[in-house]
Design a binder for this molecule. Structure first.
Ligand code: CTP
Ligand code: MG
Length: 384
């Protein structure tokens, strides 16, 4: 099934009243627009993404607010009203699209599950929208006085995404072009005579309309992205005639760590720390000794692969702190090079990487120089 997503981002955000359109404003490190686009761009059922924007941004600058994407984005100039913007975007929907989803850029917290539910119902029933049940008692009010208590069971609050089979959306847009005004495509589909199916929306899928909504959204992201920590530990025996490799740097030493590959304890502890913080298992699960794919691979390469897994799960590495426990040689002179090596594998700047050396004061196997150990703690930011 081919599913095209249209992100409606051509409004000016007049009720929020910021200097730039509200969808370009930052919410926890990324624009609202980038978050909305990413939700669809990374969804496995989405085939392509069209973003409708004000003309000035289509001509240049839009990408700065969206960032890198998996699919090639199609940018389309919007119209006066939201329905005009969507109609413009529809012109660019490929003929082979079975289902078209429309989503407000101003709803940056839409979940993958809500997107999936909308796609399934649109394919099945022809037209579907995500909507939320009303929990409060509903009153109809005129001039500050209640005129009616409305049966709450039949009231739903419309959200996006709204999804349609291509032919149904074509008919809805034709109704809109004939002079009917509507604030969403579901209303036009209703007018075109199609039943629109309701799927469960989510309270978190808010539309940011006012300054208050923006502040609440920023608080929501700040709470969620407070951070996730992970720890890693590794130990290898030291033997004669092996290279001593730490964070990809070879340290002159008569003895080196024994193990398959380069037995780099800094990389191994760091790999477990980042995987652990993302709750993605450990080095043994991803790189078993028995897997020929990783035979002979450097520990830096394994770490890079783990970092890619963590990034695919939409986590960013905030910082990492490593302690190497080694009786001799002293690693002080190599710490800068190690930090740069580790930072390169982690894809972050060296300022966010700390490596410290320690001895074990002659105590235990590490203290007797029979082994080298490392501890790592990583902090990740949740960007989902
Ligand atoms: N939208 C659009 N084209 C328009 C108007 C709105 O693509 N001509 C988009 C907005 O960018 C937004 C979504 O439709 O993502 C929902 O609209 P709304 O929340 O009303 O945004 P604005 O119209 O920008 O805000 P306001 O009504 O306060 O001006
Ligand atoms: Mg509007």
């Amino acid at each position: 099934m081919h599913v095209t997503a249209i992100i409606a981002a051509a409004g000016s955000g007049s009720r929020l009243g910021s200097a730039i359109p509200k969808q370009l404003l930052d919410v926890g490190g990324r624009s609202m627009l980038a978050r909305s686009v990413a939700a669809f761009d990374t969804h496995p059922a989405i085939s392509d993404v069209i973003v409708v924007m004000p003309a000035s941004l289509v001509d240049g600058g839009a990408i700065d607010y969206i960032g890198p994407t998996k699919h090639e984005l199609r940018l389309v100039t919007g119209g006066e009203r939201r329905q005009d913007s969507v109609a413009n975007a529809f012109e660019r929907v490929p003929d082979r699209a079975d289902v078209v989803l429309i989503h407000d850029a101003a709803r940056p917290f839409v979940s993958a599950d809500t997107i999936s539910r909308t796609i399934d119902a649109a394919a099945r029933y022809g037209a579907a929208i995500a909507a939320l049940e009303v929990r409060d008692t509903v009153k109809r009010v005129e001039r500050d006085v209640i005129v009616e208590t409305v049966a709450r069971e039949s009231i739903f609050l419309a959200q996006t995404p709204q999804g349609f089979r291509r032919d149904v959306l074509a008919a809805a847009i034709a109704v809109g072009r004939s002079g009917v005004e509507a604030t969403d495509e579901a209303a036009l589909a209703e007018r075109a005579g199609y039943p629109v199916h309701v799927v469960r929306g989510e309270a978190a899928n808010v539309k940011i309309t006012t300054e208050e909504d923006l502040a609440a959204a920023r608080r929501h992201v700040a709470a969620r992205t407070a951070g996730r920590v992970g720890t890693g530990y590794d130990l290898h025996r030291l033997v004669d005639g092996r290279r001593l490799v730490l964070a990809g740097v070879t340290i002159p030493s008569p003895r080196g760590a024994l193990g398959h590959s380069d037995a780099d304890v800094v990389c191994h502890a760091s790999t477990d720390a980042v995987l652990g913080a993302a709750n993605l298992g450990d080095i043994g699960r991803h790189f078993p000794d028995t897997d020929p794919r990783w035979k002979g691979a450097s520990s830096i390469a394994l770490l890079r692969h783990a970092v890619a897994l963590v990034a695919a799960a939409r986590f960013e590495i905030a910082n990492i702190d490593v302690t190497v426990i080694l009786e001799s040689p002293k690693i002080q002179d190599y710490i800068e090079a190690m930090r740069v090596g580790l930072a390169g594998a982690l894809g972050i700047e060296p300022a966010r990487v700390s490596i410290k050396g320690k001895t074990n004061e002659g105590v235990d196997a590490v203290g007797r120089g029979e082994a080298i150990a490392a501890h790592a703690v990583a902090l990740l930011r949740d960007m989902r």
